[in-house]
Design a protein around this ligand. Structure first.
Ligand code: BG6
Length: 491
């Protein structure tokens, strides 16, 4: 592994898929935000895609994307400075044209700074469909743009174990592992990193973070959005490959890993990979696959499509910390609510001394809840006495929201954080080839014999079978009590 750069070096960022959905929604607005925050000072951005457009049209497109999806107000001065960083070269212009555009950008950086063009680093962001990724890698090799470079790869990394291994092997023919940054944007979310701070910076919680105190864990990521414009991609992936093998498992690893020897990339990846290696293979009887009613009528979807737009599963980890503690994962499209919640249910006391009718234990176990939303929150719920005569209990909670803190303004969006980390060569929040291959290996029983998809109504919480999957527990969402609004005035 390379070491992390202390200083930011001048960079040329080559954005493949520069006119695509991810670039418009996240990458271009994110790059502007990094630039405005002074984290992208000596930089040029070379966009490329299949669109036959010129730099001027690309800049217009970037501006409208930033206006639509960016955070905060775009000022004329801010835009003019950022626009000066942009250039564009269509894929149809060929490999030579791409190489020249990058060299030109390097020369212009050298001219404006103290160094020379040969000191400039290159960051290639492959925001392209999985099937095009290797073509881009070969193009970079042919263009002589591998030297001094790092490459950010988008998921999914393969669709099963053989394809993931093949992808990694071919990638390694051109790039060294230390140059490769496999992005999983859930790890860039401030709230996901807060799991590490919460667990390892406090003496209070780590001692109870195990099978003696925790009953089960839920990682629940329902989405209200459907698959407009993405049905083609989903037909070849589905919810399990798109969300579980990637995002949900990465969050699970942060939740379940042993304390790393340090917060450096190597030790963190080692501990995450140990969690994956301790997991039992994903068996079909522990999985509910769903498809929302109406999906089959969509464009580019086969009439008998077996694609999962929803998946819920039970994951078991066979190690000393977690043996016997099930982790329930759920995610799907067109569901009742959008949320990204980790919910930890604690064991209940062995005996109750409270009188009948006191409500003890009637509102579920104590929970620690992490909301991974951009405005992240955390809550600890427990029973307390309702004021007044007798002994009536009720569920109370202590809640904390990041946006209530003074430093909430410095929150970086997940992609911003991860692009910046990749520029500094910091692998801490990126996934490894080994981890991904282990996950595909564990998925073999499910992929070989997937249970049939069950239909669910759009706007619901998934097929009915989700309740049997989690019994005798219950899904935490929808919440019985909503988050408190700290700005609300007491009645
Ligand atoms: C993407 C998936 O990686 O993550 C999408 O491909 C999903 O299907 C998205 O909607 C969810 O990310 P976020 O940050 O909006 O929760």
């Amino acid at each position: 592994m390379t070491t992390v750069d202390d200083m930011e070096q001048p960079h040329v960022i080559v954005l493949f898929g520069a006119t695509g959905d991810l670039a418009r929604r996240k990458l271009l607005p994110g790059l502007l935000r990094l630039f405005e925050a002074g984290l992208l000072e000596d930089c040029r951005i070379v966009g490329t895609s299949l669109e036959d457009i010129d730099t001027e049209t690309f800049a217009k497109l970037a501006r409208s994307a930033i206006e639509e999806f960016g955070q905060g107000q775009l000022t004329e001065a801010g835009w003019t400075a950022f626009e000066g960083l942009l250039s564009y070269v269509p894929q149809s212009a060929g490999t030579g044209a791409l190489a020249s555009a990058v060299h030109e950008a390097e020369e212009s950086l050298a001219a404006s700074g103290p160094g020379t063009g040969s000191e400039v680093r290159r960051l290639h962001y492959l925001s392209v469909p999985p099937k095009s990724a290797l073509d881009v890698v070969r193009q970079l090799d042919d263009a002589g743009l591998v030297e001094r470079s790092r490459i950010i790869m988008e998921k999914p990394f393969g669709t099963d174990l053989p394809s993931a291994k093949d992808l990694n092997r071919r990638l390694h023919e051109v790039f060294d592992e230390s140059q490769i940054f496999r992005i999983d944007h859930f790890l860039g979310k401030e709230a996901a990193q807060n799991i590490l701070a919460f667990r390892f910076a406090n003496g209070l919680f780590e001692p109870i973070w195990n099978r003696n105190f925790i009953d089960h864990v839920q990682i629940d990521v329902p989405e209200t959005l459907g698959l407009e414009g993405r049905t083609k991609f989903y037909e070849s992936t589905g919810a399990y490959r798109d969300m579980v093998v990637t995002h949900l498992m990465q969050v699970l690893a942060f939740m379940a890993m042993e304390p790393p020897t340090s917060l450096a990339p190597g030790p963190i990846s080692d501990e995450k990979n140990k969690v994956f290696r301790s997991m039992r293979p994903i068996e079909p009887h522990n999985v509910v696959r769903g498809q929302y009613a109406g999906y089959r009528g969509k464009e580019e979807v086969a009439d008998d499509s077996d694609t999962d737009t929803f998946v819920a599963l039970k994951v078991e980890i066979d190690n000393w910390r977690w043996a016997g503690v099930p982790f329930f994962l759920r995610t799907g499209k067109m569901m009742a609510q959008g949320a990204r919640v980790i919910s930890i249910a604690f064991k209940e006391p062995p005996l109750t001394m409270f009188p009948h009718g006191s409500n003890a234990g009637m509102q579920g176990p104590d929970h620690l809840t992490f909301d991974l939303a951009d405005q992240s929150r955390m809550s600890l719920s427990f029973y307390g006495k309702r004021p007044g005569p007798g002994m009536k209990l009720e569920k109370l909670s202590m809640q904390f929201a990041t946006h209530d803190t003074l430093t909430s303004g410095s929150v970086l969006e997940a992609y911003e954080r991860l692009i910046h980390d990749a520029m500094r060569g910091d692998h801490t929040l990126f996934t490894t080839a080994e981890g991904i291959e282990t996950l595909w290996d564990l998925s073999r029983p499910l992929l070989a014999d997937p249970p049939p998809v069950r239909s669910y109504a759009p706007g619901s919480w998934g097929p009915n079978a989700i309740h049997q999957l989690i019994a005798p527990h219950a899904w935490r969402l929808p919440f019985e009590r909503s988050w408190r609004d700290p700005n609300a005035t007491a009645q």
